[in-house]
Ligand binder design. Structure first.
Ligand code: HEC
Length: 399
C-alpha cells in the first residue's frame, strides 16, 4: 500500500513539477531577446546599453532576461499613461489617457481585451497600435501588467447575457436599436464581431453597414426571442456611417443597387458576409478587419467580387467631400485624406479601385477585371499633420 502511495506521489505530483521545471528553464533560456526601444517620436532612446571597455563588468546585458511587462510599459506607455498608470504621463494630450488605477477600461479589462487595444490602438485617439512593435507574447505580458495596475477584478461576469468574444469570431442577430435621435431602429439586423475587437453592425435585408464599434461585443436580453428587446452593442462607436442612416453601398453601371444577404460564414478571426447585387449577377464576399499602419490604426473592408459580365461596380465610401490625394504606398495602395468625425482626419486607402464621384457621393470605382479583391482601408487620426504623409506611405499595412 505504502509503495503504491509513493509511486503515485512520484507520478502525479513530482513528475509534473519536474516537467514544469524543465519547461520553465527552457522558456527562460529562449525568452524574448531584447527590450524594445520606445517609439522614437515619443521618448528618449533606450539608455540601457553602456559601452564600456572590455572586461568592465558594468555592462548590463538585457538579452538573457525575460522581458517583463513592466519594463515594456515604462519604456513605451508611461509617457502618456504615467509610470503608475494614473493617466498622468509627461506628454500632454488634448485627449488624456485613461487612469488604469481607477479601473478606467472602456474597452474591457480582460487580458484579451487589453491585449487587443495594445495591438490595434484606438482609431481617432492618440493611442497607437503596437502590432508591429511587440510580439503577441510581449503584448500579453504588457496586458498583464496593465491589468495589475487596475483595481482587483471580479472573476466571473455576473451578467450571463453578455456575449464575449475570445478566440473565435461571433455573430448576433436580432433587432438593432436606433443609432441616434430621429433614426429608425432596424427590426432585422446583425452584428459581426471579430477576434480583433471590432464589431460591424449591419441591417440584415440589404446588408447596409450602419456602424463600426471597438471593444465589448453584445449584450442580449432576448435569448428566447420573445422579450422584444433589441441587441445592445457594447463596443464604443468608432464610425457611424452617414450619421447612422446610410443608403445602399453599391452602384452598378452608375446606379445605386440593392444588395441581398446570402449567407455569413466564419473566417479565421472575422466574419465573411456573402451578398448578391441586383439584378443578381454580381456576388460579393465582404470581410472587415482591424488594421494598423505604423502607429496609425483603423479598419479595412475587403470585397471579393464575382462579376462574370464585368459590369462597372462602385462602392460608396461614406466619406466627406473634397478628398485630397496623399500618395501611393509600397503595396500600391492609394491614400486620400478627408475630414473625419469630430475634428479628426480620416485617411482612405484604395487597392484595386480608383476614387470617383457618383450623384454627389465619393465612391471607389472597382477596376475592371473579374475576381479582384478590392480593399478599402480607413485610418482615423486625431492630430494629423502633413509630415505624417511620409510615415504613412513608407509603412506596410499589417492585418
Ligand atoms: C501617445 C500617447 C499614448 C501612448 C504612447 C500609449 N497610449 Fe494607451 N491610450 C492613450 C490614450 C489617449 C488613450 C485613451 C483613448 C480614448 O480616448 O479612448 C489610451 C487608451 C489605452 C487603453 C484603453 C483603456 C480603455 O479605456 O479600455 C489601454 C489598455 C492602453 N491605452 C494601453 C497602452 C499601453 C499598454 C501602451 C504601451 C504599450 C500605451 N497604451 C501607449 C494614449 C497613449
Amino acid at each position: 500500500m505504502k509503495e503504491i502511495v509513493i509511486s503515485m506521489v512520484c507520478t502525479f505530483v513530482l513528475a509534473p513539477i519536474l516537467a514544469f521545471g524543465i519547461f520553465a528553464v527552457s522558456w527562460w533560456g529562449t525568452a524574448p531577446q531584447q527590450i524594445l526601444p520606445p517609439p522614437s517620436h515619443l521618448a528618449p532612446r533606450n539608455t540601457n546599453t553602456t559601452t564600456g571597455p572590455p572586461g568592465n563588468e558594468q555592462v548590463i546585458s538585457t538579452s538573457m532576461r525575460p522581458v517583463s511587462g513592466r519594463l515594456l510599459f515604462l519604456a513605451n506607455c508611461a509617457t502618456c499613461h504615467g509610470a503608475d498608470g494614473s493617466g498622468k504621463g509627461n506628454l500632454v494630450l488634448d485627449r488624456p489617457a485613461r487612469s488604469f488605477k481607477d479601473g478606467g477600461f472602456s474597452f474591457g479589462n480582460t487580458l484579451p481585451a487589453i491585449r487587443r487595444v495594445i495591438a490595434s490602438g484606438i482609431p481617432g485617439t492618440p493611442m497607437p497600435g503596437f502590432k508591429q512593435t511587440f510580439t503577441p507574447a510581449q503584448q500579453l505580458s504588457i496586458a498583464r501588467y496593465v491589468q495589475s495596475l487596475g483595481p482587483p477584478i471580479r472573476k466571473s461576469d455576473p451578467d450571463a447575457t453578455r456575449m464575449v468574444i475570445t478566440d473565435r469570431p461571433m455573430i448576433a442577430r436580432g433587432e438593432l436599436a436606433s443609432l441616434g435621435p430621429d433614426l429608425p431602429s432596424h427590426v432585422r439586423g446583425f452584428i459581426a464581431g471579430g477576434t480583433d475587437g471590432l464589431s460591424w453592425e449591419y441591417q440584415m435585408d440589404d446588408v447596409r453597414l450602419l456602424a463600426i464599434r471597438q471593444g465589448g461585443f453584445v449584450q442580449r436580453r432576448n435569448w428566447d426571442g420573445r422579450s422584444g428587446e433589441p441587441l445592445q452593442p457594447l463596443g464604443r462607436l468608432i464610425r457611424l456611417m452617414d450619421g447612422g442612416g446610410p443608403g445602399p453601398s453599391f452602384f452598378v453601371d452608375g446606379k445605386k443597387v440593392r444588395s441581398h444577404l446570402k449567407s455569413t460564414s466564419f473566417e479565421p478571426g472575422s466574419i465573411a458576409i456573402d451578398q448578391t447585387l441586383d439584378p443578381g449577377e454580381v456576388t460579393i464576399r465582404e470581410i472587415g478587419r482591424s488594421i494598423s499602419v505604423g502607429t496609425f490604426s483603423g479598419y479595412a473592408r475587403s470585397f471579393l467580387f464575382d462579376n462574370p459580365r464585368d459590369v462597372t461596380i462602385a462602392i460608396d465610401l461614406h466619406i466627406e467631400d473634397g478628398a485630397q490625394k496623399i500618395g501611393i504606398d509600397s503595396r500600391g495602395i492609394v491614400w486620400y485624406r478627408t475630414a473625419g468625425p469630430t475634428g479628426s482626419t480620416e485617411l482612405t486607402g484604395l487597392k484595386n479601385a480608383v476614387l470617383g464621384e457618383i450623384d454627389g457621393s465619393t465612391v471607389a470605382i472597382v477596376s475592371s477585371g473579374v475576381d479582384r479583391e478590392v480593399v478599402v482601408s480607413t485610418l482615423l487620426i486625431s492630430d494629423w499633420n502633413d509630415s505624417m504623409s511620409k510615415a504613412l506611405l513608407e509603412q506596410d499595412v499589417s492585418a
